[in-house]
Design a protein around this ligand. Structure first.
Ligand code: HEC
Length: 126
């Protein structure tokens, strides 16, 4: 057993499967799957606008696909931890409003102001 290939991929996929199971599962629970949503406002998130944005991110279920720490729960594309360095504000706002690529659009659910709060916060993720 000298050949230690990275098992990172397997580790990355495992939580996804768990989540998919948790989302789809009917009530036949063993009680093990408690949603542990901790409003993880880190030290970097003291800006009140960012705190508000993070709350919206949780209440609008963005976290169900993107994760409470933006780590992404539905594949690498849903990792938003560096979204600010790969997407412009315009692109981010556009994605939130119109969705696409598996993400629903939020145009009818969020006001422009809410979209821009989320956009500002996400584009600070670099
Ligand atoms: C049903 C799952 C789902 C939900 C809920 C969801 N997203 Fe997404 N989101 C995705 C997927 C999948 C992508 C990747 C789309 C692509 O590759 O084109 C994405 C992409 C994005 C992107 C652009 C980054 C990228 O790589 O394309 C942003 C920004 C974003 N989402 C923000 C949000 C916000 C804010 C919310 C809540 C208001 C939200 N998402 C809710 C699935 C979701």
């Amino acid at each position: 057993m000298k050949q230690m290939k990275r098992i990172g991929t397997a580790l990355a996929i495992a939580p996804m499967l768990l989540i998919l199971a948790a989302c789809g599962g009917g009530g036949s629970g063993s009680g093990a799957a408690k949603p542990t949503v901790t409003p993880a406002a880190t030290a970097a998130e003291t800006n009140p606008a960012y705190v508000k944005a993070q709350e919206m991110f949780e209440t609008n279920r963005c976290i169900s696909c993107h994760g409470v720490n933006l780590e992404g729960r539905a594949g690498p594309k849903t990792n938003l931890q560096k979204v600010g360095s790969t997407f412009s504000k315009e692109q981010i706002a556009n994605q939130i409003k119109n969705g696409g690529g598996g993400m629903p659009g939020y145009k009818s659910k969020l006001s422009d102001e809410e979209v821009s709060l989320l956009t500002d916060w996400l584009s600070s993720k670099k």
